[in-house]
Design a protein around this ligand. Structure first.
Ligand code: AMP
Length: 200
């Protein structure tokens, strides 16, 4: 039987908006539930708004742990969540992202906007560089990411992204199967040089 990976905390990137469809909110709550069911702590951007806030609210309502990391400058704009297990306030966006990455054993993007996409691509790029070996996943709710997945297949076909890096991003339509793939992804490679990642 293959070794399972220990996943204590998962970082969730997602919209600071609710999005157009109720399905996005439903998926955010389902992800919160799936985390608590597996005793996994949530790490996220620390806001109370959008589907970000919904994931955190669900985790807390179900008795789980939710850790927020928010830059000082965004405290008011994104309306920081006041009832989290922990709220870290950072000096910069860079510090926020490296702390979120450092605190987490895997990364999931739910539907979101430019911030979500930027965060997903950055953490995936760090994996490509060998700076970490933590699983990265996409929750393709209601086909929100279909066009992006098609484009990424195109980037592999055009040989700008290697098939190995292309398949590193795990894609599922719902949270439970995605988290189960994280847990089944085997032990991390020994040589991940995480400290260097946070210094780039
Ligand atoms: P969005 O997906 O645009 O709704 O943003 C989701 C989260 O990403 C929010 O917590 C934003 O603070 C964050 N974010 C927005 N812009 C950026 C950026 N340029 N780099 C990193 N994170 C960002």
């Amino acid at each position: 039987m293959p070794a399972t990976r220990i996943i204590r905390s998962v970082c969730v990137y997602c919209g600071s908006s609710p999005g157009r469809l109720e399905a996005y909110s439903t998926a955010a709550r389902a992800l919160g539930q799936a985390l608590v069911d597996r005793n996994i702590r949530l790490v996220y951007g620390g806001a109370s708004v959008g589907i970000m806030g919904l994931v955190a609210d669900t985790v807390l309502q179900l008795g789980g742990q939710a850790v927020g990391v928010i830059p000082e400058a965004l405290m008011r704009r994104e309306i920081a969540h006041r009832h989290l297990t922990e709220l870290h306030i950072t000096r910069s966006m860079h510090e926020r992202k490296s702390m979120m990455a450092d605190l987490s054993d895997g990364f999931i993007a739910l539907p979101g906007g430019l911030g979500t996409l930027e965060e997903l691509f950055e953490i995936w790029t760090w994996a490509q560089l060998g700076l970490h070996d933590k699983p990265c996943g996409l929750l393709n709710v209601e086909g929100y990411f279909d066009a992006l997945i098609t484009f990424l297949d195109h980037a592999v076909a055009e040989q700008f992204v290697s098939p190995a890096q292309g398949s590193r991003l795990l894609v599922e339509g719902s949270a439970g199967p995605l988290l189960d793939r994280f847990l089944a992804s085997g032990p991390p490679a020994a040589a991940a040089r995480w400290i260097e990642a946070t210094e780039t």
